[in-house]
Design a protein around this ligand. Structure first.
Ligand code: ATP
Ligand code: MG
Length: 399
């Protein structure tokens, strides 16, 4: 297959391939970008692989940065763009099911492509737009399937993360997992327990944000992987997960916060349990805060009153998107939006009368007295009982 029209990102990077070729080495575009071009999808990153060793690449280009020299990656700077060039390599003996014990640089493209996870991720594209397809990936693309390069059982034994990646690509592309690859995933699921939480999480989030997330999640459960995911075993039941899978058949979460509000936040866990689960998935403080705020509101939308919306106003976007994906009535979300838009203040700092003002005017003494006065003003303003003006608040505090 020859691609006549390349997207601008690749056209811009072609001179790099040319320079490497002219120096007597091979260079190709590889990985996800080739797959995405063939599918006509937008590309995320341009990966280049070359027979030149890192030191040789550094001799060819004036400006380079050692971004990952131990695994053979050098970044070449060109017209303000950075391009990662990785030396062809093989990976050998994965004794811990997760990282290769040794990375060896090689001069052969086919050796490099052989170590890649799936046939649709193992294309190379040369300077002239010719697609190199050693593993019948084009055929898999047109059959819309995810198939391991070589023997799936061996490949998943080498690196168990590939099982999560299979599900992730199935969800993103709306592809099926090919029979033997799926069988290997069912058999080797327990190896996932050995993979670092962060790596699983990245693939899992991409999966849940994919266009066919619902189907992929269902496959994950049916393949028996649920007990090997991070989090306390047994807390997330199959029923919990199937509920999320059904909701995701209609919509795609746009943020990490929404992913976790849906997956963990809506399951009715009590506060400490929810927090423990979020911790086990090693989520950032930001995501944890959002899910902890939104989670309890999802159980009963009737409790989402004006005060609750004010208290959690920093997370209202997450709340609304989560409720929408859960299939909650539009009347409810419209009402939340209306309440949010019409809030007179969004924090105590927005009050027309500050703590300092109260003390200066002799309306309150520092300490609990002041705290109570501020709370009283805040509540009355949020609930629309008084206007947020100096006069109205002074009258309120004097009462
Ligand atoms: P995306 O568009 O999401 O970045 P991608 O296909 O580029 O998708 P990456 O995770 O960026 O995926 O990996 C780049 C390439 O490296 C893959 O296309 C694949 O060829 C190879 N690769 C990545 N992770 C693995 C792995 N665990 N085992 C084997 N090959 C892998
Ligand atoms: Mg990529």
């Amino acid at each position: 297959m020859k691609l006549e029209l390349l997207p601008s990102e690749l056209t811009a990077a072609k001179p790099i391939l040319k320079q490497i070729n002219q120096a007597g080495f091979q260079a190709y575009f590889v990985g996800g970008c080739v797959r995405d071009i063939i599918l006509g999808k937008p590309i995320h990153d341009v990966d280049i692989a070359s027979s030149a060793y890192p030191e040789e690449i550094k001799k060819i280009f004036k400006k380079t940065v050692d971004t990952g020299i131990q695994h053979g990656t050098v970044m070449v700077l060109d017209h303000g763009e950075g391009y990662e060039i990785t030396t062809f390599r093989t990976e050998s003996t994965y004794t811990d099911f997760r990282r290769p014990d040794q990375v060896t640089f090689v001069r052969s493209l086919s050796e490099d492509l052989k170590r890649r996870d799936f046939t649709i991720n193992a294309f190379a594209l040369d300077e002239d737009g010719q697609v190199i397809d050693y593993f019948d990936g084009l055929n898999d693309l047109s059959n819309r399937q995810i198939r391991a390069v070589g023997l799936a059982k061996e490949r998943f034994t080498e690196d168990a993360l590939r099982m999560m990646r299979a599900l992730r690509f199935a969800a993103q592309l709306d592809f099926q997992i090919e029979g033997q690859t799926l069988a290997a995933l069912v058999e080797l699921g327990p190896n996932l327990a050995k993979i670092a939480v962060e790596r699983i999480r990245v693939e899992f989030e991409k999966m849940l944000q994919g266009q066919a997330a619902g189907v992929a999640l269902q496959v994950l459960v049916e393949a028996g992987l649920l007990p090997y995911l991070p989090g306390k075993t047994g807390l997330m039941t199959e029923a919990n997960v199937f509920k999320v899978a059904t909701q995701l058949e209609r919509k795609q979460p746009q943020s990490q916060q929404v992913v976790w509000a849906l997956y963990l936040g809506q399951q009715g866990f009590d506060g400490p349990t929810l927090q423990a689960q979020l911790r086990q998935w090693k989520l950032s403080k930001e995501v944890m805060q959002a899910v902890m705020a939104v989670g309890p509101l999802l159980a009963d939308v009737n409790q989402i009153d004006r005060w609750a919306i004010y208290e959690h106003n920093a997370h209202v976007e997450t709340l609304l998107e989560t409720l929408t994906i859960m299939g909650i009535d539009k009347g409810v979300t419209d009402n939340i939006q209306k309440n949010y838009d019409s809030l007179a203040i969004y924090s105590m700092k927005d009050l027309a009368l500050s703590g300092g003002d109260l003390i200066a005017a002799g309306l309150a003494k520092p300490g609990p007295d002041l705290g109570a006065a501020l709370k009283k003003m805040e509540r009355a303003v949020v609930l629309g009982q008084v206007n947020n003006t100096k006069e109205a608040l002074t009258t309120l505090v004097k009462e």
